[in-house]
Design a binder for this molecule. Sequence first.
Ligand code: BES
Ligand code: ZN
Length: 456
Amino acid sequence: MDTVLQHLNSQQQAALDELFEFLRIPSVSADSAFLPDMQRCADFVLQSMSTAGLTAEIIPTKGHPIVYGERIEDASLPTVLVYGHYDVQPPDPLELWTTPPFEPQIRDGRIYARGATDDKGQVFTHLKSIQAWVEKTGRLPVNVKFLIEGEEEVGSDNLDRFLADNKERLKADVAVISDTSQYGDGIPSITYGLRGIVAAEVRLTGPSKDLHSGVFGGSVANPINAIARLCGSLVDEAGSVQIPGFYDDVIELSDKEKQEFVRLPFSEDTFLAETGSGAVFGEAGYSTLERRWVRPTCDINGIVGGYTGEGPKTIVPSKATAKVTCRLVPGQNPKKILTALESFLRERCPPGLTFEFLTFHGCEAFVFDPNSEWINAASAALQAAFGSPPVFIREGGSIPVVSSFQQILGIDTLLLGWGRNTDDLHSPNEHFHVADFHNGILASAHLWQKLADVQR
Ligand code: BES
Ligand code: ZN
């Protein structure tokens, strides 16, 4: 172990240089203009797996390729399935980046680039720790299987098929994912719950073309007026979602967990400063952490239509579109929520407008028992690398594969995030602290040994 750690400490710059290469590839899964880069990025991951000592291959899917690699040391050892994603969110709006999103740069001890924290930097920590173990000791303390996909940011649509078709090959005792955040500065964390999600788009069409609003306004339905009303009716002033049945299946937080949340350090002022918001807002009767982690939500993500250029333009627009997502909590069924959302909007759509409802990805929420031997092992690894014991938290984001691992492969996941929610993931100027990258590599190196010691 010591030689592995020493080696990693001496290889910090080399690891950064390689990560930079990874970050230079604009692997934006949502936009087909980046298709060749997705393939190039999969090739890079394949190469990094081979360098780390894994036997790896690229597996095509209906969408972007999966990269799979494994190193099986001995059938008697525990097997760990490591998941991550090489795709990134679109970098827009480009003009808000201090340096271009795909030209990584270190400033103030942070690596700035799209994908730095979500999720390339975090994926890389595991590859580098494996490589060090193999180079320095010729073996790993556990068997590892790496599944790095290219469609997480667009909902992992083709992943369940792959899991179902490869159950035997993917057989493992536990999964590890580093794609979440630490609770705060100097507070490493283990996440034991995530929210689920459903995503949809509503399209309203009125007149067959934009019309003069003086000549025709007030005599035919205006799709933007209508979509604004529809969107506005989803959540009331007290932050409560108005879709009938929305809260029916929600599993309420236990008093014990409620108390545990209260014990976590939380400053509203810091939270407001971090989000750049003027005030907190959310469902009445719940704390900010509860609103973020364990309450379901409904958010409009985008709304477009009509004229939005400079100066006025007097029209009744022909079309309006809105994108909507609901975050889900344990108990809620994604299909049921989507159906309820659609009926709610369809019933309220004024006559004379065409209503279209498109659905995208969806996944269930996830929560597991934070008292397992695997968790204890992970906890010891984090403590060894970050210097303080982790806190146990839930998170509001979604990682679709986690519930699929539970349902299809029957395994739990250790969510060990080295990032921070202040890393501007999905925002301009995304970054990853160099120290988190390095400590993440060390924690990962410890993790393999600690997991090997678990009594099964
Ligand atoms: N890494 C995030 C999820 C995350 C971030 C969880 C921070 C907890 C803390 C992941 O890449 C992501 O953004 N997922 C999407 C999933 C969706 C597209 C299905 C999300 O949550 O919006
Ligand atoms: Zn991610």
